[in-house]
Design a protein. Structure first.
Length: 407
């Protein structure tokens, strides 16, 4: 750790950096909070359950994102930073402990207050960052925006429902708008091009792991193992495997994401915000897979189950299209991902009109769609070829630099 207290400084983006063990521990605490927030959905897989989950999950995800973006810019691992990280982790645990009840309950007010504490700690971190001359304008912008929102979140804890929800909406709009209003600062003080994609990739991987845990719970519920249950369990695992393949290879989500211009900064924001519907979709789809395995050969999935699973799948598909279109050096136009974007509303519309059906057929359909979109994404990444002295040689195009290099 070095000295107990060291000056905050900008991280060097020339040599890159790896995710630290503390950051991994931090991520696990957040994923544990996600599991706690999503636990009521296992019991009530209904539109009402999804409506309850979405804003609570959004706050957990946004708290994680804000801290991760700060960490990717500023380099310090002193006792102050570790102490602030510990406080954030404890506040997240309090958020999770208040996440099981309805949105109009007293517990949800405690959830918002704990979230405000997480954000106020982030404000303190940005106050420390103001000592870095090159980052003073960025730190002041985030300190002002996130600080104002945190005070609103804290005040909402004493406001009764439904007025509380209006305060939440205002505070969340301010929280989400702060990065967009400071896009120019991303060029002045760019995030580490490799570290942040790695953080998002690891967080996505852990969420996929939570979906595997949900699948295991579905497997545990089976006793006689009819063929429908075996097929549902295997195809559920296959669906998660295809999603992993699509994210890390097809969409190239974890490739270096340099920010050198205003256009790069806008793509960076689209890329990072697109991870929200992806993360939420993985959580909701994982619970749906568990229910599908449990119900296999016994009951049909109700129309609500089908609709929620397909809406989650549609959100994942739309997010993967946006991530693939804005990821790193392989950035392509949104037109190149037209098929992916068109598939999302089609999946959602299909789920809205399909009647109750056997679980295995829903998972089969989602597997076929995801595998087809993965194939399309992989085909866009095939290396181009040039003819040299009568032979075809593979090349890779550097889309940002405008030059080609042999691979």
């Amino acid at each position: 750790m070095g000295s107990l207290i060291v000056p905050l400084r900008l991280r060097s983006i020339e040599h890159g950096r790896k995710v630290t063990w503390l950051e991994l521990f931090f991520d696990l605490v957040f994923v544990a909070a996600v599991a706690q927030v999503a636990s009521p959905l296992h019991e009530a897989y209904t539109p009402e359950g999804l409506i309850r989950l979405t804003p609570l999950f959004a706050l957990i995800w946004w708290a994680w994102t804000g801290t991760s973006i700060f960490a990717t810019r500023f380099d310090t691992d002193d006792v102050i930073q570790r102490g602030l990280t510990l406080l954030q982790m404890f506040a997240v645990a309090i958020m999770a402990a208040n996440a099981r009840d309805a949105l109009d309950s007293r517990s949800s007010a405690g959830f918002a207050a704990a979230y405000a504490v997480v954000r106020l700690i982030l404000v303190v971190q940005y106050a420390r960052a103001r000592t870095v001359p090159a980052a003073r304008r960025l730190a002041t912008h985030y300190l002002t925006g996130h600080g104002s929102a945190a005070l609103l979140w804290l005040a909402s804890a004493i406001v009764p429902a439904p007025e509380r929800f209006a305060v939440w909406a205002l505070a969340f709009a301010l929280d989400l708008g702060t990065p967009w209003l400071g896009v120019r600062h991303n060029v002045e003080v760019p995030p580490d091009p490799s570290h942040l994609p790695e953080r998002f990739g690891l967080f996505t991987l852990i969420l996929l792991g939570e979906s595997v845990v949900a699948l295991m719970r579905g497997i545990e519920s089976q006793e006689n193992w009819p063929i429908e249950a075996v097929a549902s369990a295997f195809l559920g695992m296959s669906l998660l495997f295809v999603l992993w393949w699509w994210y890390f290879d097809g969409a190239a989500a974890t490739e270096a994401h340099p920010v050198r211009s205003h256009a790069d900064a806008v793509r960076f924001h689209i890329w990072s915000y697109a991870h929200f519907p992806l993360s939420l979709g993985i959580v909701v789809l994982g619970v749906g897979i568990e229910r599908s395995v449990t119900a296999a050969a016994h009951i049909r999935l109700e129309r609500a189950d089908v609709a929620i699973m397909t809406v989650a799948a549609a959100g994942i598909v739309a997010a993967m299209g946006a991530i693939g279109a804005t990821s790193g050096a392989r950035t392509r136009s949104f037109r190149a991902h037209a098929v992916t974007f068109a598939a999302a509303p089609c999946i959602a519309a299909t789920g809205a009109v399909v009647p109750a059906l056997q679980p295995v057929w829903l998972i089969v359909g989602l597997c076929v769609v995801f595998a087809g979109l993965l194939t399309a994404a992989e085909s866009r990444r095939r290396p181009q070829r040039i003819r040299v002295a009568g032979r075809l040689l593979p090349v890779a195009a550097d889309l940002q630099g405008g030059h080609r290099q042999r691979i």
